[in-house]
Design a protein around this ligand. Structure first.
Ligand code: GAR
Length: 197
């Protein structure tokens, strides 16, 4: 049966757009919902323009009460009965309680070759370390940040003169290829890691 996918974003949503576009025609999944913690996230309008239902739960009024924020997020997600959640540039840290709700069913893309550079500023940190290559990872979400089983990775070379921005742009091209490829396999029941590049 076709899997129902909900996507969570915080910003422009370029990964979300690629994922939604990929879930068409002969595909084991389809996008049913896009949500954000930021009502102004540019990706929400893009999703609506593609005919996907959207919602926002602004995290700011919850003032650090993460479980209350997540309870509302959970309520919105459950209404769409998703089989799979894709975090796509969703920049809120999630509690163990929330993550457990979607155990084995929530994917994330992270702009580094995990286990390197969990958290923020991944490209700056790769450059400062003098790494010869960088990349991105799609992984299952577990309670520890950026730590779950790897479902796929794509690698790019670091080039002379790279800044965090030029490296991020090169990695993002690969994110747009990797995440849809991993999701297609995952939705079809294939959890073996996909290695690109
Ligand atoms: C992407 O590079 C994604 O890997 C990163 O945010 C960007 C979102 O871009 N995610 C993280 O850093 C998660 N910790 P997008 O909104 O254009 O997809």
């Amino acid at each position: 049966m076709t899997k129902r996918v909900a996507l969570l974003i915080s910003g422009g949503g370029s990964n979300m757009v690629k994922l939604v576009e990929s879930m068409q025609g002969d595909h084991p999944a389809r996008a049913v919902l896009v949500g954000s913690n930021d009502p102004e996230a540019g990706g929400l309008k893009k999703a609506a323009a593609m005919g996907i239902e959207t919602f926002a739960v602004d995290h700011r009024p919850f003032k650090g009460d993460r479980p209350a924020f997540e309870a509302e997020l959970q309520r919105q997600l459950e209404a769409a009965q998703p089989d799979i959640i894709c975090l796509a540039g969703f920049m809120r840290v999630l509690t163990e309680g929330f993550v457990r709700n979607w155990d084995g069913r929530m994917l994330n893309i992270h702009p580094s070759l995990l286990p390197k550079y969990k958290g923020l500023h991944t490209h700056k940190r790769a450059l400062e370390a003098g790494d010869a290559e960088a990349g991105c990872s799609v992984h299952l979400v577990t309670p520890e940040l950026d730590d779950g089983p790897i479902l796929g990775q794509a690698r790019v070379p670091v080039e002379a003169g790279d800044t965090a921005d030029t490296l991020a742009a090169r990695v993002l091209v690969q994110e747009h290829l990797l995440y849809p490829a991993v999701l297609r396999r995952f939705a079809a029941g294939d959890h073996a890691p996909l290695m690109l590049g």
